[in-house]
Design a protein around this ligand. Sequence first.
Ligand code: HEM
Length: 192
Amino acid sequence: MALHSPQGASQLDYRVAQKVLHWLIGIAIMLDLFIAQKFGGVMEDWDRFESRSDHASLGTLVAVFFAIRLYLRIKHGAPPLPDDIPAWQARLAHTAHWALYGLIGLLIVSGIAAAINANSAVSPFGLFVYGDGVGNADLFAAIRTVHALATEAIIVLIVVHVAAALYHLASKHHRHLTLRMLRFWRSETPRS
Ligand code: HEM
């Protein structure tokens, strides 16, 4: 699946860096979800505080990867979809991709805001601390609700995204759309 874009017409394929970042972001989000699934339940304070920093470390990594991915997306665009893709599928792909970008952005912003307002020092990779470690309980609860809703929405979109990729893989004419992202180590677009 790809996005149409003004620059996209000149691009045959995603760049290798765009593909590598696609997978790194996907893997980091999955791992971060795995750490976060216990936050909804009862946890001992030491476990919650430690897990918050682990979760924020991966989340901060997602933020860095995402910023580079966005820069490359704006710089290089994306390859156009084949002409024989039905219009509704092209529209859906376009909307779903930008919704994914928006939700990743919202998760990053709300996650950092939650970390700043948490009642513990949230420190990604021990490099720095997001807030003062005292926080604001009301603000934290409100931001966490937004963060949790964005998580639920992105899970739905990830399922749609994977289903669409598998659908293309099963189709005789469009399997190259999925294969080119799976073969992340090479690109049809010459380096410039
Ligand atoms: C990148 C994708 C991210 C996903 C999918 C994600 C997912 C989640 C989920 C599911 C929760 C638990 C929500 C609940 O049950 O109420 C959570 C909590 C939290 N997240 Fe994230 N998050 C992400 C990024 C971030 C980032 C970038 C940060 C900060 C740098 C962050 C900081 C936090 C904090 C502080 C909490 C509250 C932990 C607690 O309840 O004690 N998250 N996140």
